[in-house]
Design a protein around this ligand. Structure first.
Ligand code: BV8
Length: 244
């Protein structure tokens, strides 16, 4: 794979970036890959947990079938995340807050690395591994990087689950609507590190394109979204995004 060099970034793309005022950034697991977070697909390290593919263990049915098993899977991933830090892609995207008049970061990731890098306004379409939610009264509690997570709801005493959107579950109320509204109003949309397979998140670049935005993908591989993009930068986020 021939990686992108600064000279590879066309004058046209540089012009579009310089002229942009409203920018939407959609990220997926690939933006965290260089921080050491395993991606879900591709790259041979598809996440399998105790023989179950991740879209089984991360599915809605598992919460009612085997909540302790779901916690084991998410506790394991959170432990791994405690030792990981944002990479140059997260840091560059955080700096873009001061670069563009309007920047919206929309992520499919639950790792919190955008916020750790300094991004203030992040729409987490799939929730956060750093939060739990009561299965009965929906109260939410933060999980710190240092203390043990709470085991029962402080408000009603019932069981807690990860405050994460599993396959077959609705997204947090308003999250996708807010992201779609920003996608329809942006003039530049970056699609960074996503396989473009999971909906409704993968529909955002198509909304931006239909609304006339310039769409730029950053990914070592081509994806089903590449055909929507005006620019496809083949490379790793940690190397390419800082060049932008
Ligand atoms: C919904 C949290 C309405 C959990 C995740 C049947 C029944 C029910 C629903 C469906 C169904 N069929 C389809 C659906 C819809 C389903 C869906 O889209 N399924 C797909 C798989 C076909 N969607 C849903 O269920 C959503 N809800 O639709 O609600 C509804 C409700 C009920 C019934 C019907 C409809 C909820 C989806 C959210 C699921 N939760 N995560 C957890 O983390 O465990 S999704 C999960 O996949 C992660 O969030 C992940 O981010 C996301 C998407 O994957 P990517 O981020 O793209 O990551 P991936 O590994 O796939 O790709 C990595 C990319 O990075 C690759 O392209 C790679 O090349 C690239 N890369 C690698 N290294 C680098 C890099 N890029 C840059 N730099 C690098 N260094």
């Amino acid at each position: 794979m021939q990686s992108v060099l600064s000279s590879n970034i066309s004058a046209e793309l540089r012009r579009r970036i310089n002229d942009a005022s409203r920018v939407l950034v959609l990220t997926g697991a690939g933006v965290s890959a260089e921080s050491g977070v395993p991606t879900f697909r591709g790259g041979g390290n598809s996440a399998v947990w105790k023989g179950m593919p991740f879209d089984v263990i991360s599915s809605a049915g598992m919460v009612s079938r085997d909540l302790p098993g779901v916690w084991e899977w998410f506790d394991y991933r959170r432990e791994l995340l405690k030792s990981l830090t944002p990479n140059p892609a997260h840091e560059a995207i955080a700096r873009w807050q001061d670069r563009f008049r309007g920047l919206t970061v929309v992520t499919q990731n639950i790792d919190g690395l955008h916020q750790l890098a300094g991004s203030k306004k992040v729409i987490e379409l799939h929730g956060s591994i750093w939060r739990t939610r009561c299965v009965t009264c929906n109260s939410r509690f933060a999980i710190s990087r240092t203390e043990e997570r709470r085991s029962v709801c402080a408000d009603c005493g019932d069981r807690l689950r990860p405050d994460v959107v599993l396959f077959g579950e609705m997204l947090p109320p308003g999250a996708f609507e807010m992201a779609a509204e920003q996608a329809a109003q942006c003039d530049l949309c970056f699609v960074i590190g996503t396989s473009g397979l999971v909906y409704p998140a993968a529909g955002l670049p198509e909304i931006a394109k239909a609304a006339g935005a310039c769409v730029c993908e950053v990914n070592p591989e081509r994806t089903p979204l590449s055909f929507v993009c005006d620019f496809v930068l083949t490379g790793k986020a940690g190397e390419v995004v800082p060049l932008l």
